[in-house]
Design a protein around this ligand. Sequence first.
Ligand code: UDP
Length: 485
Amino acid sequence: MKNLHDPQPHFILVPLVAQGHLIPMLDLARLLAERGARASFITTPVNAYRVRAVVDRVKESHLPIRFVELPFPCAEAGLPDGCENFDLLPSEDYIDAMVAAPKLLRGPLELYLRAQKPGPSCMIADSCNPWTAEVAGKLGIPRVVFHGPSCFYLLSTHNIILHKVNERITDEFEPFLVPDLPHQVEINLAQAFGWALRSESEKFKNEITEAESTADGIVINSFDDLEPWYIESYRKAKGKNVWTIGPLCLYNKDFGDKAMRGNEASVDGHAVTKWLDSMEPGSVLYVGFGSIGRARPLQLIEIACGLEASNRPFIWVIKEVEMTPEVEKWMSKGFEERTSSRGLIIRGWAPQMVILSHSAVGGFLTHCGWNSALEAIAAGVPLITWPQFADQFLNEKLLVDVLGIGVPVGVKVPITHLSEDDGVMVRRDDIVNAVSRLMDGEEGEPSKMRVTKLQQKATMAMNEGGGSTYANMANLIQYFREHGN
Ligand code: UDP
């Protein structure tokens, strides 16, 4: 029953248990709470523990957010104990189990929601949690889909499917132009869809499409001035409310918020800042590949050689799982010593936003995850693009060909299509060339100018005085004040 007198609509947020999804949705929960709504953030014990510093901050500031921990069904899903996030998978063999596991939260979530009196006004569920459609439907809760990627990616894949390109083309590596776009975007099916073309993923993709078609609206972590034509066209294509409410990372304004985002960092943020303070403005290359993709030992060694030959200061994030004894041994045989005056290697979780927002950082070698791309734009840092899978190849097209804020390292094949026998995909010379093009060459300055303009527009989007994201957030909250339960 609609509570007409409740000025605070109550949003239930159901993120996917992957860092690239949890992080922006936690920002969204805080933004909603700060803007006059209440939020309940559905999480699991391990994921809640990782952001305990954020949870404490929320409590201290009395923001109306409740963290709801549902036990994650590791045993039932065939996952090792404590494996509650995609970045904790011991190996690729567990990917399908991890994709299927969140669905098992259906019963516990329904039980929890039934006990809430009055019921929530609206559910905001990650697009990769299509099972939430049934729960919300049963309980009569309006539901909005949260999309992590860019509108450019969403519209491109929408158009490819609409024009049945994927049915017409049998060779996954045959290049084609994405239909109905104002820019010439050449791509192949392997790059555009990545893992989603595997037959067992086909069913999941259909579930996502179905859940989106019955949703009451869509929220997207982007902002109107970044990709205006794509946002407008996507809105028309979907024929429903699309609220662009990004870049959500800009909600993290102070050092503490930036340093504790997503997980406890494996280095002290102040120590990293001190190291960056000792470097020239714009001189440091930051190298980080998000939370999921894992490089093989030989590729890591090749990156090390590329960084050494580039002769620039760098910060390089290597995941703990990537640090095999083979890599560790190679690193300790001279590389770290030779680069110690200009290189900082972070083993584990890096305080990425602290790094990107430091003026010493002049370039970001990135896998083109949408959060990383937005964080770079929000910090005014141009990019070297090295896409790996999922939305990342299309994001690269947006960043390089449409926005002109980066140079490609030259990778063509998604990691999902590599076999054990495939060697190193990106050679040291490719890295040296790309670094030199972006940070020394003629392409550097125009890329920096364009990304700085976008940074200003991103900041303006968040502004109370007429910013598009600010207005869209107000509109989203008001909409469910009026139309929610
Ligand atoms: N991230 C971080 N430290 C790390 C690795 C990742 O803070 O060491 C954050 C990064 O800032 C971003 C998110 O994790 O917010 C990764 O999301 P993205 O979409 O870039 O890539 P994904 O991990 O989904 O591939």
